[in-house]
Each structure stands twice: as structure tokens, then as C-alpha cells.
Write a protein that binds this ligand. Structure first.
Ligand SMILES: Cc1cc2nc3c(=O)[nH]c(=O)nc-3n(C[C@H](O)[C@H](O)[C@H](O)COP(=O)(O)OP(=O)(O)OC[C@H]3O[C@@H](n4cnc5c(N)ncnc54)[C@H](O)[C@@H]3O)c2cc1C
Length: 390
């Protein structure tokens, strides 16, 4: 590993946080260390949405503040600017989960198009994150494995509208030279997402990479899928954009597989996921002329492996085909120390109305409380910084 970078330097990691913000993060990560409390809070958050209980000010001042950049673009813009001061780029992510109407799909599309325009004018090197489930009902999409598989004329037209919305986003990204990261979601939608994103990459990634797919490396089939994409891209002469994540829906995928009586698509152990993640990372970096990679992870070992490979392959730190990214509010030690050492480093910066962000916040809370060691490490680093400031 590089001698030049200390990924646990807390002064650099939390330099962007005021004392009050540091205190709030410590409070939240302190709560997250208690899984029973997290499970209770998750239920409470569910009730807040379901029964419209007016408690959102509590969320806004606490957990929302740690993991989200604000309720609107103007508030997010302040965060983007602040991060830029520390050489950290932004992946702007409008969080709006769960609303399934044509009107809301069109609204989401327009919000994303406005975000692309906004970052092209105000935030050099910023990227826009997109959840395709915000552009069509996932229960409808789950029925298809490919876009040309629509059964009735009505279904074909609806599928075509979904592809058209995705295309509008990718075209806007291409016109404004703003990268588009398409998130991965539940496995049942992945076939159709892969098909659409491959079409977009073939169309918009001819000379530069605009469109990125996300590979959830907890899925047993993803290394083979990555190799298939490499063959296709070479044959059809386009570039690949790959965001590598481990995957956020382990429990759900296992439940679905059990319910449907099929084998789980997810590795049975964390070790299986880690091996597959590091394998994909190695393939992507070795193929860096063809693949632009975003290493989206809080796992320090994977980040260290990437740094080592970057050195071995004699790639420059600031090489514009390799990016690191962590979620806002998490693993600041990686993001800010990487940026400080000259790597392309960014934060996923979600924003949106508190109610619409609740499923996202619940995922962060559950993920943080269930992962052995992760919250403890985050909490320890925050505590270390608090002591250092004293
Ligand atoms: C910038 C960014 C963008 C992201 N975008 C997406 C996205 O588009 N889609 C998405 O699904 N997630 C996304 N995530 C979340 C991501 O998938 C992980 O949930 C999260 O980052 C934790 O994984 P990790 O690599 O940081 O490391 P770690 O904390 O080391 O790993 C935790 C992960 O390992 C896996 N795991 C844990 N236990 C087991 C087990 N027993 N068996 C098998 N696997 C296990 C799970 O995937 C778990 O999330 C994103 C994360 C980041 C940082």
C-alpha cells in the first residue's frame, strides 16, 4: 500500500464538520450501535410515513442531517460547494422512493434533468445518480427480462416510455458532459435494468464514458456478467462505465428467494461477497483502457487493494477513469483522505423531502447497525476526532 496516504487521519477526515455537526454524528452513530434500538426506530419511522405522524422535525434534525444534504436542490448546493473546498466531488442523488404514479415518474424525470443542467453549470466534475425505479413501477418491470419482451401492445408502449425516459437522462448527460450513475436495486429488476443500461452505454459511451451501470457484487452472477460486458463492448466498440458496490438488499433477496423456493442469488457469506468484489475491482482496473470504474465502497481493505493496483498498474492517482465514492455521512476517513492524496474522490449526496427519504434512511440505519465492526469503526474515528479537537 502507498506510504503517502493514511486513511485514518481524522483531522483530514472530519475537517469539513463543525463541532456541532461532529457531535450530532457521534450521537447518531452511538444510537446505531444498538441494533434493538435501530429496529424500534425503524418501526417508528414506518408509522411516521403510514399514519403521517408530524414528527419529521425530529428526523430532520438528527438522522436526516447526518445522511442527507437537505430537502431541496438549493440546500444540497451548499453541501456540494462545501465538499468542493476539500476537493471532494459530488454524486447528486434525488431521493424519492416508493411513489408509483405516472405523474411522479414524470416529475422524477424532470427533477433529474434539472439536476444534470444544474451540476453542469455549478459543480464541475459532479455526477448524477439515478434510480430507474423512480421512472416506472418495479412490479411492472419485474415481469420482463429484456426490453423487447413486452407481451401486449400496451405493455410494449409502457416499456418503451420507460426506455425513453432513461434515454432522455443519458442524452442530457451526454450533451452536458455529466456522468450518469444508474443504481442497482432489487435482483428481480436487474435483467431489465442491465438490458436498458447496456443500450445506453452502446449509444452514449463511444468516446467518453457518460453512462455507468452498477454491479452488486454480492450477486453470484456478477463476475460472469462483467466478463460478458467486456466481450460485448469490445465487439461493438464502446466503453464501459461500472460502479462497483457490494449490494444493499441482502436480507430482502434472501427472503424473496425463500418465498419463491429458489436458490438465493446472493453469496451465502460475507467472505464470498468480498472475494467477488475484489475480483471485479481487479478486472476493472486491469481493463482500465476499456472500463471507467467507480469504487463505491466503505470497505477499507477494498480501497487499499485499489490503491495498490493503481500503483502496480502505474496509473496516476488522479487518473480520470478511476473514482472512489462513499455515501454522505459515512466513511469520511476514506473520502477525505483519498481526496487529500489526489485521488478522484466523491460523496453520494442524497437530497429530498424528509418523508420520501425515510426508506433510504432506514436502509442506512439497518445497514450500519447490522454490519459487524462498521459502526464501531465510524464511532471510534468520530470520538478520536472529538478528543483531538479538545
Ligand atoms: C457511493 C455508493 C453508492 C452505492 N450505490 C448502491 C447501489 O446502486 N445499489 C446498491 O444495492 N447498493 C449501493 N450502495 C450500498 C452498498 O451496496 C453497500 O450496502 C454498502 O456500501 C456496504 O458495503 P461496503 O462495500 O461499503 O463494505 P462492507 O461494509 O465491508 O460490506 C457490507 C456488505 O457486504 C455484504 N454482506 C454482508 N454480510 C453478508 C453475508 N452474510 N453474506 C453475503 N454478503 C454479505 C452486503 O452487501 C453488505 O452491504 C452504494 C454504496 C456507496 C458507497
Amino acid at each position: 500500500m502507498s506510504q503517502k496516504i493514511d486513511l485514518n487521519n481524522t483531522e483530514i477526515a472530519f475537517g469539513y464538520k463543525s463541532n456541532a455537526e461532529l457531535k450530532n454524528s457521534l450521537f447518531i452513530f452511538g444510537l446505531l450501535q444498538k441494533p434493538a434500538l435501530v429496529s424500534l426506530l425503524t418501526k417508528v419511522a414506518d408509522w411516521i410515513i403510514k399514519y403521517k405522524i408530524p414528527l419529521k422535525f425530529v428526523l430532520r434534525k438528527t438522522v436526516f442531517k447526518v445522511f442527507c444534504a437537505g430537502e431541496n436542490r438549493q440546500q444540497a448546493a451548499l453541501t456540494i460547494k462545501h465538499l468542493q473546498e476539500f476537493k471532494v466531488n459530488t454524486v447528486l442523488d434525488y431521493v424519492a422512493e416508493g411513489d408509483n404514479s405516472e405523474e411522479s415518474f414524470e416529475n422524477n424525470l424532470n427533477t433529474i434533468l434539472t439536476n444534470i443542467q444544474f451540476v453542469s453549470e455549478n459543480a464541475k466534475n459532479a455526477t448524477v445518480g439515478v434510480k430507474l425505479s423512480g421512472l416506472e413501477d418495479v412490479n411492472f418491470l419485474k415481469k420482463f427480462k429484456q426490453t423487447n419482451e413486452g407481451k401486449t401492445d400496451e405493455e410494449k408502449a409502457r416499456l418503451a416510455r420507460f426506455v425513453e425516459r432513461t434515454d432522455k437522462i443519458c442524452k442530457a448527460g451526454s450533451d452536458k458532459v455529466v456522468k450518469i450513475y444508474i443504481d442497482a436495486e432489487e435482483y428481480s429488476t436487474q435483467f431489465i435494468f442491465d438490458d436498458v443500461v447496456e443500450q445506453m452505454m452502446e449509444k452514449y459511451n463511444k468516446t467518453n464514458v457518460i453512462v455507468y451501470n452498477t454491479l452488486q457484487m454480492y450477486l453470484k452472477d456478477r463476475v460472469d456478467y462483467l466478463n460478458k460486458c467486456i466481450v460485448d463492448a469490445k465487439q461493438k466498440n464502446f466503453l464501459l462505465g461500472m460502479k462497483l458496490v457490494r449490494g444493499a438488499y441482502v436480507e430482502k433477496e434472501r427472503e424473496y428467494a425463500k418465498r419463491d423456493g429458489v436458490p438465493s442469488p446472493v453469496f451465502d457469506t460475507k467472505e464470498g461477497t468480498d472475494t467477488s468484489y475484489n475480483k471485479a475491482l481487479t478486472i476493472c482496473l486491469e481493463e482500465h483502457q476499456l472500463i471507467h470504474t467507480c469504487l463505491a465502497s466503505h470497505n477499507q481493505k477494498s480501497v487499499e487493494l485499489a490503491i495498490q493496483l493503481i500503483e502496480e498498474l502505474k496509473i496516476e492517482n488522479h487518473y480520470d477513469k478511476v473514482f472512489f465514492s462513499q455515501l454522505y455521512g459515512m466513511s469520511d476517513n476514506l473520502t477525505f483522505n483519498l481526496a487529500n492524496a489526489g485521488y478522484n474522490s466523491s460523496k453520494y449526496v442524497p437530497y429530498g423531502e424528509v418523508e420520501k427519504a425515510i426508506p433510504y434512511l432506514m436502509r442506512r440505519a439497518e445497514e450500519n447497525s447490522s454490519i459487524e465492526g462498521q459502526v464501531g469503526r465510524e464511532y471510534e474515528l468520530l470520538l478520536q476526532e472529538k478528543k483531538r479537537r479538545k
